[in-house]
Write a protein that binds this ligand. Structure first.
Ligand code: AMP
Length: 281
């Protein structure tokens, strides 16, 4: 496995491989790997000749006062983990290389970026879409892999790839959870043991929503009310609990088809998100 920091150096390497008809799978990340990241890399490994993983804590997706400076980083550990799952290249550019002086071009989706996480994180998806568009232009991958954990992000990126006629195909990989059900996240290291225990109720509420739907409930409001009861005493603040069409992220009055059930909540200063998708007949 090679670690490359220069955009041009990576391009040169990948151009040679492309000329040999190698297909390239790409996993964009902010590093501090856990099994969720590794599951994306394993899938990319299975489906492509070459696997590129980017490791870049992207400043433009963090708002003022968010955790850009304290975001966990461990490049050495990450490189070892990526190597073990058969990654070929880690691309770790500097902020200066990605956003040189005078940088001024951004990618903005204006259909689904201002709801759910976009409400409490204004500008977040603009930053995400911009950095991923840049990375896709650099890597020119055949396939790129993203986690369902960040479902709204995945929807924004799928739309971006479609709307801007990008060649790279975007794929979704399932949420990887700890044994007790907590969705893995690099930010889980911020949680104290007690907070971590309390955070489990987010998963419990999502499971409860699934059970209610399986038992015949079709009214989103009733489900949200019961989920709120489960979560409200465990977390410090609920940001949102939402049941929406999984295809469009539009609200529905009666559950039908593919439904996204999402939760965002604050545990102290840590913002946690989790979701599940269920098909309602
Ligand atoms: P991040 O480093 O947090 O930006 O995440 C990089 C990629 O890993 C994104 O596509 C995330 O959706 C995905 N990811 C993060 N956590 C998980 C998880 N628990 N299961 C599956 N994918 C995940």
């Amino acid at each position: 496995m090679k670690t490359i920091t220069s955009i041009n150096a990576l391009r040169k390497e990948l151009d040679v491989l492309r000329s040999k008809k190698k297909c390239i799978g790409f996993v964009p990340t902010m590093g501090f790997f856990h099994e969720g990241h590794l599951s994306l890399m394993r899938r990319a490994r299975k489906e492509n000749d070459i696997v590129v993983v980017s490791l870049f804590v992207n400043p433009t997706q963090f708002a003022e006062g968010e955790d850009l400076d304290t975001y966990p980083r461990d490049m050495e550990r990450d490189a070892k983990m990526a190597d073990e799952v058969g990654v070929d290249y880690i691309f770790a550019p500097t902020s200066r290389a990605m956003y040189p002086d005078g940088y001024g071009t951004y990618v903005e989706n204006d259909t689904i970026s201002d709801l759910l996480c976009g409400v409490s994180r204004p500008g977040h998806f603009r930053g995400v879409a911009t950095v991923v568009a840049k990375l896709l232009n650099i890597v020119e991958a055949d396939r790129a892999y993203f986690g369902q954990k960040d479902y709204q992000q995945l929807c924004v990126l799928k739309l971006m790839a479609r709307d801007l006629n990008m060649r790279t195909k975007v794929f979704m990989c399932p949420i990887v959870r700890e044994k007790d059900g907590l969705a893995m996240s690099s930010r889980n290291v911020y949680l104290s043991e007690r907070e971590r225990m309390r955070a489990l109720n987010i998963h419990v509420a999502l499971k409860h929503a699934r059970t209610m739907i399986q038992d015949g409930e079709r009214r989103p409001r009733e489900i949200i009310a019961e989920m709120k009861e489960i979560i409200k005493t465990s977390v410090d603040k609920i940001d949102y609990i939402a049941l929406l069409s999984a295809d469009t992220l539009e609200s529905v009055t009666k559950l039908h088809g593919k439904i996204f059930i999402g939760v965002a909540a604050y545990m102290g200063g840590t913002r946690l998100i989790d979701n599940t998708i269920i098909t309602v007949k």
